[in-house]
Design a protein around this ligand. Structure first.
Ligand code: 16C
Length: 253
């Protein structure tokens, strides 16, 4: 059942009501665990390396369901100077989204489920000749401690959900997404004192995975060619944005 008391327009409008154990908590847990299991899988037969640039490697598996392209996509990247917490925070936080997302017309939070889980409604840019896509998904950020010595793993999962404040309205087509960004922080040549860690000592290894169903027929070749160009473009732009935003700020571990 939808809890209307938890409906807000923005997270900080003073009108926010938060459910600690919300109706989607089990769904969130299930999908997070699936991603944590899946992220350890090696790249195997069937995955094609479609783009490589510096440390970034983009893999794709060609899959169609009922004639609709639903290719799973996986990107591995490694960058110096930022932590996994910083990368995930900028990816999850609504206030930065329109500064790095170039394929959106709009984004808004339609519900806050708990301090780490919100529901977004987004309008994507139209790609001619396809119909314009929108999306509605819960977005969850989490920190997972592996051991006392290691830095924690951070992750964000974006997963499609229906919502009464986001009905599907023709001519828009609702896309279905299951996206995860999983980040590990490594401290190179760690100084004796944690306070002496500098940005040059830190490195973030990230994995981005996307399962997107466009929600209706789109010409396969056009979709694959736009995806091949746009996913690397997104990750390059997003990671440069985070580097630029964090450069002169204290490190967020
Ligand atoms: O993960 C990303 N962004 C998150 C926050 O917004 C969130 C987004 C999830 C939805 C991802 C689906 C993207 C498909 C959008 C279709 C419209 C694309 C407009 C392209 C404009 C040139 O998790 C980062 C997402 C990075 C998306 C890259 C764009 C991939 C293009 C896919 C093919 C488009 C089909 C058009 C066929 C003619």
């Amino acid at each position: 059942k939808i809890n209307d008391a938890a409906v807000v327009s923005t997270p900080n409008d003073g009108n926010t009501s938060v459910n600690r154990k919300h109706r989607l908590a089990y769904d969130v847990e299930r999908v997070v665990q699936e991603h944590l299991t899946y992220v350890r899988e090696e790249i195997s037969d069937g995955w094609d390396l479609i783009h490589q640039e510096g440390e970034m490697k983009v893999y794709r598996r060609e899959v169609e369901e009922n004639g609709i392209v639903v290719d799973p996509l996986k990107i591995f990247h490694s960058m110096k100077g930022v932590t996994g917490h910083e990368i995930c925070q900028y990816f999850w936080d609504y206030q930065y989204r329109m500064e790095w997302e170039t394929t959106l017309d709009s984004t808004k939070i339609i519900e806050v489920l708990d301090p780490d889980t919100v529901i977004f409604f987004q309008m994507h840019k139209r790609v001619w000749p396809a119909a314009q896509r929108d999306s509605c998904f819960w977005s969850h950020i989490r920190c997972i401690s592996n051991s006392e010595e290691d830095q924690p793993t951070w992750l964000v999962v974006n997963y499609t959900t229906p919502h009464h404040l986001a009905p599907i309205k023709s001519p828009h087509v609702r896309l279905v997404a299951n996206v995860a960004l999983i980040c590990e922080t490594i401290i190179n040549e760690p100084p004796l004192n944690i306070q002496d860690i500098k940005r040059e000592n830190i490195e973030c290894k990230l994995t981005y995975v996307a399962f997107v169903n466009p929600g209706g027929w789109v010409p396969s070749a056009a979709l694959r060619s736009v995806a091949k160009r746009e996913y690397p473009r997104f990750l390059k732009r997003f990671t440069s944005y985070v580097l630029e935003q964090t450069r002169d700020k204290p490190i967020l571990f």
